[in-house]
Every structure is written in C-alpha cells, then in structure tokens.
Design a binder for this molecule. Sequence first.
Ligand code: HEM
Length: 402
Amino acid sequence: MFPGRVTSTRLVDRAEPLVRELQRRASSPGRSPRTAVVLGRLLGAGVVVCFATGLFSHLVQEQPAWLPLSPRPVWLYRATQGVHVAVGLALVPVLLGKLWAVYPRLFAWPPVTGVRSVLERLSVLVLVATALLQLATGVMNTAQWYAFPFSFKPVHLALSWVLLGSVVLHVAVKLPVIAGSWRAPSAQDEDADDEDDEDDEEAVARRTALTAVGAATAATVLLTVGQSLPALAPLALLSPRRPGVGPQGLPVNRTAREAGVLQTAVSADWRLEVVDERRGALVLLTLEELRAMPQTGARLPIACVEGWSQDADWSGVRLRELLALVGAPAGSDVRVSSLQVRGGYRTSLMRGAYAQDPRTLLALALGGEPLHLDHGHPARVIAPGRPGVLQTKWVRRVEVLS
Ligand code: HEM
C-alpha cells in the first residue's frame, strides 16, 4: 500500500547492522570520552588564544581611531603573532587527535534521536568544518601557498567568530560529559571492582593516545617556533622563513621583483615627497639629502603577520623630523605610500602615536649598510609595534592626514 515507506524501512533495516559493524570496528579503548575531553580542553584553550591574538593582529593592522594603540612595548606584536602561529600550528595534531578519538560517534545508531540530537550533530558539523578550514588555510597562508579561491584575511576573520561560537555551543551541549570527567576516577569507580581490568586497559590506551598527540604537537612546535624565538632558530626546519636567512641576514617576504619596483627603486629621479595638502606644504628630498640629515639608529624587529620575526639594527631619519619639515603638528596621522603600483600593502596608515615615536624611522640603512633592494631601498618605514606588512618598503610619499 505504501511502497515508498516499505523501501525506506528496508533500507534502514539493512543499514543498521552495517553501521553497527563500522562502530564496532572503530571502537577502541583509547577513544574514551576522557580522551576526547582532554583533547577538547586543549583545543578550546588554543582556539581562545588564537582568537585573542588574531583579533589583536586585526586591530593593529586596521588601527581604528577609537582605539588608542601604543607602539610600546616594541616586542608586543612580535610576541602575540608568534604565539598565534605557534599555537595555531600546535592545534593541528591536537585537532587530528580529537577527530580520531570521536569519529566512531559518526556511526551511532540510531543516527538521530530527536530535534536536540539533530541540532547537536549540525553544530558539530559546523565546528569540525570550520576548525579544519581555519587550520588548513592558516597553515597554507604561513607557507605563502594561496591555493584557495578567496582572500585569506576576511575569511579567516569571519571563520574565527564562527569557530569561537561553535566551540561555546559545543561545550554547552557536552557539559555533562565534561563535568563527569572532572570527577576523580576513584569516586566514579568505587563500586565497580569487576570493571577494573577494563578501566586499566582503557587508561593505558588513553595515555598512549595522548602521548602520541603530545609528541606530535611538541615536534610541530619545536620544528617551527624558532622562526620567532631566536634561541630555537637552528631547529626551525619546518618554517618557511628562518632568522638570519635572507639578504643582509634578514628574511624577506616580498622581493623588489615581486613588487614590480626593480626599475623605479633604483631610478636617479627618485625623490621622497613629504606633503601636507591642507597646509599646501610639499618637500622633495633626494637620497643624498636624506643621508645628510641627522641619522638615528634603532634596534627593532621585523615581525611578520605570518609569525616569523627578527631583530635588526636600522638607521635613518626620524619620521617626526621629516613631518616637521612640512609643519605637521606633533601626533599627526600619516599615510605612507610605496613605489609599488599593485597590492594591498602599497600604502599604510600610521596613527600619530607611532609617527611621533622617537624610534620610528624612515630607514636608509640596515646593519650599517645601505638597504638591500629587497628590504626597501632607497627608503622604508620601520616603527615599533607594527606588523611587517605595515613597514612600507620602497617609500615614495609621506602624507600628513590630520
Ligand atoms: C585556531 C583558530 C584560529 C583563530 C580563531 C584565528 C584567528 C585569527 C584572526 C581573528 C586573525 C586576524 C585577521 C585579520 O587581520 O583580519 C588572524 C590572523 C592570522 N592568522 Fe589566525 N586564527 C586561527 C588559526 C590560525 C592558524 C592555525 C594559523 C597558521 C598556522 C593562523 C595564521 C594566521 C595568520 C598568518 C594571520 C595574519 C593574516 C594577515 O594579516 O595577513 N591562524 N587569525
């Protein structure tokens, strides 16, 4: 009478033993709820750290006027973005371990038991998909492998809100399991003598699984963190950039060739424009004139958004002294433009607090030698507390904004 219903009932009847068999094969003592909870806690903590440090990176780059960011301490951005990428990389083995621990739950039978379980499964789907995408594209971005068909930054930012939200939702749904695992094992097992052997086996398997994840995590961190921790630089075998490796002993993300400035950066016609349009003030300076001005030295890091960083000795003209040439009031915001004709970072906004800092330079030399073309010859910005992408290279114009 109801052929469709009969067919679907038969399908379900056939699926059940198959799914149960898959679950039986996938189950192992190491994949206990406690393994999942331990890895889940690490994952949750890591996501919170990445969210906080990532948001900080976003704000430092956007420099919103309502947020009084300070260029001091000079190491702050270097530390937060180093932590962001180190923790992000550490999360890769932790996430894989967590998925290994919980994937048999895919084969739970019946697959759903009501509206609540449908919502729970959907929230887990969003969580897993977002976490995998966030970590995979994050790692690809640090390797400068832009194989994804979208712009990294806005998608990474949006995913970070979705990820944080789905972590909070997941923790709320799983609170009973999480709370259970906080209780001392002895209290849980007091009256279960006959289960002792099973528990021992589970504990050993759990420890083995957690040790394997711990070892993979430690190896990932040890082989990469030297990109931002000088003491571990020799171990940074998996980092795309290594301290000390590059022209003038400093890594480079974007070369002069890639930026398309091979000719313009060495042209005899190059002049630095310092301009305040509202006052109608314009000063043009040749490289020789800039070199004849008082030179200031500063030891400041290049701290890349991709996690690597390195201190270097820069020297050049204080930016605030250049701004004084056009009569700019102290603390003016400025826009710095590069000779680059394309690319999101061909200009950068610098808030007054940074422009006014005595360590903010229009650098002409690195380590006592004229800047290498790939480091921004003839002149580049170097300021404390700013990500490398804002330390504009091949500068042609400094414009007073307010
Ligand atoms: C675990 C979850 C993660 C969260 C919640 C997160 C969050 C964020 C946020 C909010 C930003 C700022 C985006 C912006 O400036 O608009 C950011 C930037 C960044 N993140 Fe993550 N992130 C995570 C994982 C990772 C991983 C695994 C990596 C790579 C190992 C990574 C690498 C980066 C990089 C390179 C940037 C700088 C992008 C740029 O300014 O060009 N992130 N992250």
